[in-house]
Design a protein around this ligand. Structure first.
Ligand SMILES: [Zn+2]
Length: 235
């Protein structure tokens, strides 16, 4: 009995400790306290793990290139606002329709996994002049980035990197992103911290284009599908 109590006490302390070590400003893209690197900024353990994976890939003749790593709240806000302007002005979409177009691939600011520095978009570095690199077909067989994709399929999980938005037909939320990987040992902690936050309040209080249309049903669906419906290995 005494051993059991000690064990339970240890578990509770451990849980509190791991929660306490997550800076909530990091989770919503408003702190960079966990990052290292210059142009490509990553969470410190993610950076070390990526360096190992990059070296292993290189030994196999594969050039892993990160095209997107950490992205802060303001940067995500700019991406969101630009897309909203484009969809409502250039394509004359209704606000609700513009928002549902944006959230096929882009997140509501404050909820991006790229805020964490644990998530990266990877392509083949051998094609520096290629434009529009984040296109699914380019990662398929006969696609330009297939060699890299095939290597990642076989090796990335050994280094802790898991695909976030998988090709599971039953998965809702963001579309299949064959380029987006997450460093599981850290991102799982961040994910759990994020879903414990008052996300409804955070999303409701955002000052971004179209936020007047963030009603309760939009917010509920966004949380359930875009935030929660990811690769189960990352939860
Ligand atoms: Zn991404």
């Amino acid at each position: 009995m005494r051993k059991l109590i000690v064990f339970l006490f240890f578990l509770i302390c451990n849980e509190f400790y791991s929660q306490a070590t997550v800076d909530l400003d990091v989770i919503i893209g408003k702190s960079q306290s966990n990052l290292v690197g210059d142009s490509i900024r990553l969470e410190v353990n993610t950076y070390k793990a990526f360096k190992k994976m990059e070296a292993a890939a290189k030994r196999d003749g594969i050039y892993l290139k990160i095209v997107s790593a950490y992205r802060g709240f303001e940067r995500q806000r700019l991406i969101w606002n630009n897309k909203y302007e484009k969809f409502t002005n250039d394509f004359s979409l209704e606000p609700e329709k513009a928002i549902s177009e944006i959230i096929r691939f882009s997140t509501v600011p404050g909820t991006s996994r790229h805020h964490w520095g644990t998530d990266i978009d990877i392509i083949d570095g051998n094609f520096p002049d290629e434009e529009n690199v984040l296109v699914s077909e380019k990662f398929e067989k006969d696609g330009l980035f297939y060699k890299v994709k095939n290597w990642l399929d076989n090796n990335s999980e050994n280094f802790g990197f898991f695909l976030t938005y998988t090709n599971d037909k039953n998965r809702k939320g963001f579309e299949f992103e064959p380029w987006h990987y997450s460093y599981k040992p850290v991102s799982v902690k961040y994910f759990r911290a994020l879903i414990k936050m008052d996300l409804k309040k955070i999303i409701k209080s955002l000052d971004v284009n179209g936020s007047d249309y963030f009603d309760q049903s939009f917010i509920d669906a966004y949380i359930a599908e875009n935030i929660m419906d990811i690769n189960p290995d990352l939860k």
